[in-house]
Structures are given as structure tokens and as C-alpha cells.
Design a protein around this ligand. Sequence first.
Ligand SMILES: *[C@@H]1O[C@H](CO)[C@@H](O)[C@H](O)[C@H]1NC(C)=O
Length: 277
Amino acid sequence: MAASLCAQPLVLLSLQFAAAAAMIAAVMGSNSMPVNMNEQREFDYFALALQWPGTVCRRTRHCCSSNACCRRSNAPTEFTIHGLWPDYNDGTWPACCTRSSFDERKISTLRDGLDSYWPSLSCGSSSTCHGGKGLFWAHEWEKHGTCSHPVIQDEYSYFLTVLNLYLKYNVTQVLNEAGYFPSNTEKYPLGGIVSAIENAFHATPLLVCSKDSVEELRLCFYKDFEPRDCALGSIIQNGMISSKSSCPRYVKLPAYVPPGVGHVEAALSWISDNGIA
Ligand SMILES: *[C@@H]1O[C@H](CO)[C@@H](O)[C@H](O)[C@H]1NC(C)=O
């Protein structure tokens, strides 16, 4: 008797909660995401997105402690983690799948690895799912990580899984072994980079460029974390690189230049061009 009296308000409460969640979902889905949040189905595969600091750090205009591009001699010189993204085979993806907010305390034991391998490469804060702004990690967990269930169930597991994947699939090492090193002058054939990854991991990656410079390399995985081809983009068919890739046929892997150095060089060359020095 007492139990049934108590149960009723609880049911009502959870119904109200579900309705509110669906409304928030509809609003967020309409302005930012290709898929409406309250209809999101389970994802098809994972993409591990890695970013190339040599390219991304060229955008740093001013420095701050949270931007790893500003670490100068300690700045990252190999691919770093952008995120692990649950994707659909049709090229869309789910986003902001639960109301789980990022909690920095839950990943405190992973902090060293995250600082080294998953640093922010900008000063700006990132948008989170509940209308706020937060750390780069908060954005990745709330927007993408929450959609990786039932494979990954919580925030700690998400960050641990991504670090382990990153350490297992060392893209920088594969490229070095194939003769591709950071350089501000060399250009490398995109097909050669793709082949090096295919030979090492038996799956086709997706490359993203900013003009002629590699900005991201994505490795794709089945839900059991076995490598698979990334569905779209750099798939080479009949010797042609698919037009979906944003990369030209020859690409650069720029070397890291500390922020500000380019400006000093530009100023010096202006001074010498103008006969002052
Ligand atoms: C990847 O390989 C490179 C070259 O062998 C090595 O210097 C680097 O420490 C490795 N990175 C990670 C995260 O293990």
C-alpha cells in the first residue's frame, strides 16, 4: 500500500523529465546536428580523429596556458588526439546523446596522458551540449562520447579507451617508417601516406587538409575496435582519390613552428625589404 502511493509521483516525475529532455533534444538537433537527438539510433562505427599540430598550431595568434601549441620546446610534434567519434555509415553522426555533463574529477588519474596526447591546440573554450562552454575534453565527451554506448558506458571509460587506441595505433611512427617526416618544404603523395597506413593497419584512413597541409587523419574501427575502412573520403578507387577528400594529390606535413616566430620572420623581412636593416 505504502509502496504504491510512493511509486506514482516517481513515474510522473520521470515522464516530465523525458518530455523536457526530448524538447531540449529537438532544439539542439535542429540548430547544430544532422540527426535529431530524440531519434538517435545506435552508431555504426568509430572514427579516431587525430590532429597534426604542425598545421593546427599555425592558427595560434596569441598564447595561453591551455593551448599546447604554446609549449614551444614541449609542444607536440606528432599526431595528437582530437576525439573518438561514433558515426553512421551514411556519413551522419549522433551527437549529445545523454545528459551526462563532463566532470573533470572522473578522469584525474588519466590527466598526464591526456595532457600529453589529447591537448587542446587552441585558446578558445569549446561548446558543450547543455548550452555552455568548457574544456576541449568536455566538448568531446558530451558531444561524441555520450553517443558511444553501449560500447562505452561512461566518461572515464571513454577517455581510457581513446588513450589506449591512440597508443596502439601510432600513426606518426608508421609515417616515419615510410619516409614521411615533418617538413615545411617537402610535399608527399597523398596516396603514399594512405598506403602506408593501409599496410600497417589493414584499413583505409581518411585525411583532412587545410589547403595543401594535412590537418587530420582519421582511423576507423568496428565496434570491437578492429580497424575498418573509413566510409567516406579518401577511398582510392581505380587509382583515383575520391573527391570527398579535402586533400590535394601532394600534401605537406608541416613542422611545428612556435607561435609568433612567423610574425618575427615577416617583420624582419619587411625591415630588410625596406632597407632599414
Ligand atoms: C610513436 O612513435 C614515435 C616514433 O617511433 C615515438 O617517438 C612516439 O613516442 C610514439 N608515440 C606514442 C604515443 O607512443
